[in-house]
Design a binder for this molecule. Structure first.
Ligand code: GDP
Ligand code: GDP
Length: 437
C-alpha cells in the first residue's frame, strides 16, 4: 500500500523549503541511524492526525540547463501533477499575487487534483488583509500561514489530509510476490523488464492491475505469481524530467512502498553513484527485501577478479544492506537473467519468515552467554525474552531490563547472531526494545 503524496509547488522564495522543513517528520525512532544513508532534502515522510504521507519539495529539484524560471516552474508543476495526490501551492502574502503565481494557477487548474493555496509569511496581523486577493486565483482553499512561526499550519494540514484518497485495499493475493525495479535513469530497468517478461516459461497475464496512475504487470513463472509494480513508470514516458536523477528517487518511492522485493538496478558499466545509495536506502528503511542487480555486465571488460571487486565495492558503499544478494546480468544478451526470479523467490520467502519463539530465545540467550553485554556504570543490559512481532520484514521485540542500557553495537551483534542462525537473506530485520523489569 502506498502513502498519499503531497507536492509543494510555487515560485522561488515564497517559503517552500521552510514549510517543507517544518513539516518534515521526525524519523520513526527505532530505525537505526546507519552510515551511508543520506537523507534527501526534497523528500520526507510526515504525519498529521495519524495520517502518514510523503512530502516532496519540487523547488529542490534542478531541471538541468533551463535558465527560464517559468520553464523551471512548469516542470515542477508537471511533476507534481503526475506524482501527487494533493498539491500545496505556496505564495507570498507580502508580495501579493504576482504574474508568476497566476501562471502557476493556470497550470494547476488544468487538472482536477486538489490544490491547497497556502499564503505564506502572514507573520503579522497586518498582512491578513493581503490574503483576500489570493481568492482571485480561483482555489477553494486559501489558507494564511506563517511557516516561520508555525501559525496556520494546522488548518493547512487539515485541508491537505481531507483530500487524501481513500485508503487503498491490498489489491493482490497474499501469495503473489510484488517486485519493483528501482534505480537511476538509464541503468537498464526497462530493458530488464522486457528481458524478464520475455523469459521462456514466463506467462504474462492479459489483464494488468491498475492503481491510480500506476500500471502493474502480472505474470507467472513455474507456478509462482508475481506482479511487476509500476511497469508504466519504468518504461519511459519521455517527459523532460524523466531523466532527472532526483526525480527517479521520487518515482522509486511509491514503487518501493508497494512491493515486497526491490531489485536495485546498478549500471555495471558506469558503476555506483550517490543516487543509487539513496534509492537503496529507501528500500532498506521501508523494510523491503532487496537484491542488487548489476546490469550491463556484457559491456564490462573483465578478468577473473572483476566480479569480486565489484561485489566488494557494493559491500563498501552499501554497508547498511549487507544482507542483499548481488546478481550480475545483462538485459541485452539475456545472460544470467534466469537467475533473477529464483533469487526473488528466495528473498521473498526469507522476508516473510517466522521463527518459532523457543528457537529465537535459545539463539539470543546463547549469544548473551557467548558475549555478555558490556556493563554501564555497574548496570548491565539484559534481554529477558524475545518474540517475533511481524514479518515483511521480520520484526523482533526484545523485552529488556532497561532500553537505555542498550548499545547500538550490541544490538548489531544480536542481529548478526540471528542472521547466523537463520540467514534472512535479502531482508532487513527490525529490532524493537520494550522495558520489562
Ligand atoms: P523557497 O525558495 O520557496 O523554498 O523559499 P525558502 O523556504 O527558501 O524561503 C525564502 C525566504 O523566506 C527565506 O529567507 C525564509 O526565511 C523566508 N520565509 C519563509 N517562510 C517565512 C514566513 O512565514 N515568514 C517570513 N517572514 N519569512 C519567511
Ligand atoms: P532505464 O532508464 O533504467 O529504464 O534504462 P533502459 O532500459 O532504457 O536502458 C538504458 C540504455 O542502456 C539503453 O540504451 C539500453 O539499450 C542500454 N542497456 C540496457 N541494458 C543493457 C545491457 O544489459 N547491456 C548493455 N550493453 N546495454 C544495456
Amino acid at each position: 500500500m502506498s502513502l498519499p503524496v503531497v507536492a509543494i509547488v510555487g515560485r522561488p522564495n515564497v517559503g517552500k523549503s521552510t514549510i517543507f522543513n517544518r513539516l518534515a517528520g521526525e524519523r520513526i525512532a527505532i530505525v537505526e541511524d546507519q552510515p551511508g544513508i543520506t537523507r534527501d532534502r526534497i523528500y520526507s515522510r510526515s504525519e498529521w492526525n495519524g495520517r502518514e504521507f510523503h512530502l516532496i519539495d519540487t523547488g529542490g529539484i534542478e531541471f538541468g540547463d533551463t535558465d527560464e524560471i517559468m520553464d523551471h516552474i512548469r516542470n515542477q508543476v508537471e511533476l507534481a501533477l503526475d506524482e501527487a495526490d494533493v498539491i500545496l501551492f505556496v505564495a507570498d502574502a507580502r508580495d501579493g499575487v504576482t504574474t508568476t503565481d497566476e501562471e502557476v494557477a493556470r497550470f494547476l487548474h488544468r487538472t482536477n487534483k486538489p490544490v491547497i493555496l497556502m499564503v505564506n509569511k502572514v507573520d503579522d496581523i497586518k498582512y491578513t488583509e493581503n490574503v483576500f486577493e489570493f481568492y482571485q486565483l480561483g482555489f477553494e482553499h486559501v489558507i494564511p500561514v506563517s511557516s516561520l512561526h508555525g501559525t496556520g499550519t494546522g488548518d493547512m494540514l487539515d485541508a491537505v489530509v481531507e483530500h487524501f484518497p481513500d485508503r487503498e485495499e491490498e489489491e493482490y493475493e497474499e501469495d503473489t510476490i510484488k517486485v519493483s525495479l528501482i534505480g537511476r535513469p538509464n541503468v537498464g530497468k526497462s530493458s530488464l523488464v522486457n528481458a524478464l517478461l520475455g523469459e521462456e516459461r514466463v506467462i504474462v497475464s492479459p489483464v494488468a492491475g491498475t492503481t491510480r496512475d500506476a500500471v502493474d504487470t502480472s505474470f507467472e513463472y513455474e507456478g509462482q505469481k508475481y506482479v511487476l509494480i509500476d511497469t508504466a513508470g519504468i518504461r519511459k514516458r519521455g517527459k523532460v524530467y524523466e531523466s532527472i536523477e532526483k526525480y527517479s528517487v521520487i518515482r522509486a518511492l511509491r514503487a518501493i512502498e508497494r512491493s515486497d522485493v526491490c531489485l536495485i538496478v546498478i549500471d555495471g558499466e558506469r558503476g555506483i553513484a550517490e543516487q543509487d545509495k539513496k534509492i537503496a536506502g529507501y528500500a532498506h528503511e521501508a523494510g523491503r527485501a532487496a537484491i542488487f542487480v548489476v546490469n550491463k555486465w556484457d559491456a564490462v571488460e573483465k578478468d577473473e577478479k572483476t566480479m569480486d571487486r565489484f561485489k566488494r565495492r557494493i559491500r563498501e558503499e552499501f554497508q547498511f544492506m549487507h544482507y542483499a544478494p548481488i546478481l550480475f546480468v545483462s538485459a541485452k544478451t539475456k545472460r544470467r537473467i534466469h537467475t533473477v526470479l529464483p533469487e526473488v523467490n528466495e528473498v521473498a520467502e526469507q522476508h516473510a519468515m517466522r521463527v518459532p519463539t523457543s528457537v529465537l530465545n535459545q539463539v539470543i540467550q546463547d549469544a548473551m552467554v557467548t558475549t555478555p553485554p558490556p556493563s554501564d556504570r555497574g548496570r548491565r543490559f539484559r534481554v529477558r525474552y524475545v518474540t517475533q512481532a511481524t514479518v515483511k520484514p521480520p520484526t523482533f521485540i526484545l523485552f529488556v531490563n532497561d532500553p537505555e542500557l542498550s548499545h547500538f553495537s550490541y544490538l548489531r551483534y544480536l542481529e548478526n547472531q540471528l542472521r547466523q542462525a537463520f540467514p534472512f537473506k535479502g531482508t532487513p530485520l527490525r529490532i524493537l526494545l520494550r522495558k520489562k523489569s
